[in-house]
Design a protein around this ligand. Structure first.
Ligand code: NAD
Ligand code: GLY
Length: 371
């Protein structure tokens, strides 16, 4: 008899839609059982949405796990590059929902990275005014960030994720075994978000990444260390989401490194840097801004930069026109009432939100980063 894997559990304690993030190697085989445990009745229709990179290795095991527990599961394979994260692709998911006669008791299940997760979540949020969704993330970035917290959506030609809805999943199932097929560059991009959680609230997590073998691949980390990283990161995200589900205030701390990161993504051209790589560069940049303000120390700035490097991530600011940077910053979604908002580090494990940063400070910071 094969022993059941030990699963770690994190509760996302929302008032109206509480749910669990379940983490464990082999978890994909336990998906059907976990859905039953989450109160989903056997016989329900479930449309599993995935893309070829993920459906080929994991689609069948996912379907089997659901069907064995009596769910009426089918697989829809879509193209899911960032350039296909569009209303048209969501419409194709709705077409499949119609063909498979998904009713209000049915579910959609996202099996893939953040692109599949965001689109499936949005399709579920809008089908019949909202049916339940299950997130089964298969990239590190989606495991620690995108799958948790209910932000769903697609891109508009005017910008990323401009069309969307909050729609919390009923369950998030993280099976770290699926990371074995993820390209290492994608894994490292996910590590940027893990470092982010260390800076914004978990100094022990940060320190653990500084010690032992470099955390720059799933295989190199080993299963126990990897699961602990997943657990602490998911717990960090769950805490913030539970405190501020709709980003009224605190949730904005999750944008640490993202304001400058967004500039890097936009000005270098989408596709030059992966999102996580741009966030890594953005964290170094905002670290310099905080250093100039005297709000954190040169020692902590150095530790952050070294850890980013240790994870195989870029940490050098690209050669960009400072005025183009300012212009792009003004167009950022995080601009509130015309004031630029930054999440600034104050220590390893602590950040603050500031909207009193002026143009000259930013220009000085950019000059130092490029010099
Ligand atoms: P992604 O979904 O594009 O996946 C990256 C690549 O890895 C793709 O080519 C995919 O096919 C492949 N892949 C996925 N899992 C695999 C596996 N196990 N084995 C082999 N290949 C695999 O990228 P991502 O980084 O996961 O997600 C980025 C998206 O997430 C962006 O669109 C971003 O806007 C969104 N996002 C959303 C939130 C949120 O809160 N909803 C948070 C962060 C990011
Ligand atoms: N990734 C940012 C958030 O979920 O709010």
């Amino acid at each position: 008899m094969v022993a059941s894997p030990t699963l770690r559990r994190i509760s996302v304690t929302l008032e109206h839609n509480p749910y669990e993030v379940v983490i464990g190697a082999g978890g994909l085989n336990r998906l059907g059982e976990e859905l039953l445990a989450a109160g989903i009745q056997p016989g329900r229709r479930i449309l599993v949405i995935s893309n070829p990179d993920v459906a080929d290795p994991y689609g069948e095991v996912c379907l089997q796990s659901l069907q064995q527990q009596g769910f009426n599961a089918d697989l829809l394979v879509i193209d899911a590059g960032e350039d296909r994260k569009t209303p048209a692709t969501v419409a194709s998911i709705h077409d499949a929902a119609f063909e498979h006669r998904l009713d209000r008791s049915s579910l959609m299940l996202a099996l893939g990275g953040g692109v599949v997760g965001d689109m499936t979540g949005f399709a579920a949020a809008t089908w019949l005014r909202g049916i339940r969704v299950i997130q089964v993330p298969t990239t590190l970035l989606a495991m620690v960030d995108a799958a948790i917290g209910g932000k769903t959506g697609v891109n508009h030609p005017g910008g990323k994720n401009l069309i969307g809805a909050f729609h919390q999943p009923s369950l998030v199932m993280i099976d770290p075994d699926t990371l074995s097929t993820l390209p290492v560059r994608e894994f490292r991009a996910g590590m940027a978000e893990v470092i982010k959680y260390g800076i914004l609230g978990d100094d022990e997590l940060f320190q653990s990444l500084e010690e032992g073998p470099a955390p720059d691949s799933a295989a190199g980390l080993g299963s126990d260390r990897l699961e602990t990283i997943l657990e602490r990161s998911a717990a960090a995200k769950a805490r913030v989401v539970a405190a501020d589900e709709r980003e009224g205030g605190l949730r904005a701390v999750l944008n640490y490194g993202h304001t400058f990161g967004h500039v890097v993504e936009t000005l270098c051209g989408y596709g030059t840097w992966l999102h996580g790589e741009a966030v890594a560069i953005g964290m170094v940049a905002v670290g310099q801004l905080a250093l100039n303000r005297g709000s954190w120390t040169a020692k902590d700035a150095k530790r952050q930069k070294q850890l980013i490097q240790r994870c195989g991530l870029p940490n050098a600011w690209p050669d960009l026109d400072p005025y183009a940077v300012l212009h792009t910053l003004q167009g950022d979604k995080k601009v509130k009432d015309g004031r630029l908002r930054f999440v600034l580090p104050t220590a390893i494990g602590h950040v603050e939100i500031r909207d009193n940063i002026n143009r000259d400070e930013i220009l000085r910071c950019l000059d130092q980063l490029q010099g």
